[in-house]
Design a protein around this ligand. Structure first.
Ligand SMILES: Cc1ncc(C[n+]2csc(CCOP(=O)(O)OP(=O)(O)O)c2C)c(N)n1
Length: 275
């Protein structure tokens, strides 16, 4: 018998390509549980992804899905939302995909406050290509492109999106899987650009090189390093050093791009008096 989330999966595509211990399946699980919670209409929903291990998640879900080009998922998603604003659009990206090659698209999607829900699988590394460091790799990490260790500071991606104009930003982890489902549900319900960063584990290309242990240890690392928004309020910057804050980080309001654009079209066609 089919369980309640199975209808959202293309089970004929399984088994998936991910390595043993990879966190991507937990994020996929949180997404389908969020769809179930929302009573999502598959025909009215599009899932767009870029290129990377995490971006393969789009293909495992039974929606209108687009597996696009590296760093360009948000550009494709923007086109879809502009053409059909009534459609719910989710965008799946890896940390390299979203913050490096796709960084420019990310800040401008946030600035426009276009109604998309972006889910960033942050495994802190370029997984698919074997472990090059990304803009979300913490300083001091070992990567194939940093055999001694990285010296660059990493982005705080939700903060970057917020200052660029996103009106919903959150961070979750694969350890806190139930919370992740709630964050995705809230991000999807929000009108405007929503970004949910998910701290996930790549035991093969990141954990092994950085002596973090196996998949279980990496989940325990997430548990240890994560601090809830509530708890973070009473902590000093020194106490927060090396930790990351999880939960709903910002929720605001701003005009949504496709709505403003529709009004502009009406005005141009002389259907509205609005200045
Ligand atoms: C234009 C372009 N540049 C580079 C690549 C090679 N490439 C494929 S996946 C990838 C990185 C994937 O890393 P990330 O986005 O963090 O996703 P992950 O695989 O870790 O989920 C790169 C550089 C590509 N496919 N296209």
């Amino acid at each position: 018998m089919q369980n309640s989330v199975e209808k959202y999966l293309r089970t004929e595509k399984l088994p998936h390509i991910w390595c043993a211990g990879c966190g991507n399946g937990i994020v996929l699980g949180a997404m389908v549980r969020a769809f179930e919670k929302m009573g999502c209409n598959q025909n009215n929903t599009v899932i767009v992804s870029g290129i990377g291990c995490s971006s393969r998640a789009a293909g495992y879900m039974d929606f209108n899905t687009l597996h696009t080009t590296h760093g360009r998922a948000l550009a494709f998603a923007t086109g879809i939302k502009m053409a059909k604003p009534g459609i719910d659009v989710f965008v799946i990206m890896g940390d390299g995909d979203a913050a490096s090659i796709g960084g420019n698209h990310l800040i401008h999607a946030a600035r426009r406050n276009i109604d998309l829900t972006a889910i960033i699988f942050n495994n802190q590394i370029y997984g698919m290509t074997g472990g090059q460091y990304s803009p979300l790799t913490p300083p001091g990490s070992i990567a194939t492109t940093a055999p001694y260790h990285t010296i660059e500071r990493n982005f705080d991606l939700p903060e970057l999106a917020r200052v660029a104009g996103a009106t919903y930003v959150a961070r979750g982890t694969t350890y806190h899987a139930a919370m992740l489902t709630n964050l995705i549900t809230a991000g999807a319900a929000h009108k405007g650009f929503s970004l949910i960063e998910v701290v996930t584990a790549c035991p093969v290309s990141f954990g092994r090189r950085n002596k973090m242990g196996g998949a279980y240890d990496m989940l325990m690392w997430q548990k240890k390093q994560a601090v809830s928004v509530e708890k973070a309020k009473s902590m000093t910057p020194e106490e927060l050093q090396g930790k990351f804050v999880i939960g709903e980080l910002y929720k605001g309001a701003a005009p949504e791009y496709t709505e403003v654009y529709d009004r502009l079209i009406e005005k141009a066609q002389g259907k509205s008096e609005e200045e």
